[in-house]
Design a protein. Structure first.
Length: 83
């Protein structure tokens, strides 16, 4: 085992661990969106465009979510306003 192999072996678990964590975040995000209606991303974009007419906000500042409660659907809109 050379000195270079030693350093490579030390870096591999760290990068593999980081990749695993990133994949878990992506999978969790996708699972959360799986049950959402198809129109939701477009609705979020349109809401963002309307809000931007009055207040400068970023894409990440607007969160739209639909919750199912029996036979009732609830649309939840969270907007983080500047200042």
């Amino acid at each position: 085992m050379s000195l270079l192999d030693y350093f490579r072996s030390k870096q591999s678990p760290r990068s593999a661990s980081t990749a695993k964590e990133r994949l878990q975040v992506i999978v969790a995000h996708e699972r959360g969106q799986r049950n959402q209606p198809d129109y939701l991303p477009r609705m979020q974009q349109e809401i963002l465009e309307v809000i931007r007419k009055y207040v400068p906000v970023e894409q990440d500042d607007v969160h739209v979510q639909v919750d199912e409660n029996g036979n009732c659907s609830v649309l939840e809109l969270n907007v983080t306003l500047p200042g």
